[in-house]
Design a protein around this ligand. Sequence first.
Ligand code: NI
Length: 206
Amino acid sequence: MAILPLIIAPDVRLKTKSEPVAVIDDSIRALALDLFDTMYHERGIGLAAVQVGELKRVLVADVNWRDDDDTPGKQYILINPEILEDSGDDHVYKEGCLSFPDQFADVVRPSTVRVKYLNIKGESIEETFEGILATCIQHEIDHLNGIVFVDHISSVKRDMITRKLIKMKKAGMFEPHVHGPNCSHDHDHGHDDHDHEHVHGENCNH
Ligand code: NI
């Protein structure tokens, strides 16, 4: 298991469609564990494989882990997920993304989705997701299709976020390094000061 470096936007890989998983083997099982390690370390609630540079249709989510003293909540691993139907309503959440550090925006999505996917044992599952989990899963499935949350907002706001990230990159704020338990930098910055009015978007990094 390992904490992997994240891809930070703008990056062409985040605009690329991921490939279906043909066989769920040890490499996929290891990838799923690494995704959880990386997600928990970065204090996100969901992560897609593309965000660590693996263009495979694998995502993980755990929207409850913060509630209980960092103990993992219900862990989801979705392989080759497909949205079968959605509730068709307009539900607004303020989303963030670990690939867009410190950036947040209101995104409109259906509040409920029915999803077909393979679990880590390769069993075909159909499941209905609601609430934050529905938002999270839709956000992560978007990643597998080369879509990021800012693609859902106005081009003005999107350009603003992109310019900020380019500036932060130039300033060397995201120099790639392998995160470990002894990282000296604080991944939980601002968490206590943050406005908790918003639903923590799947990949909030505060
Ligand atoms: Ni994301």
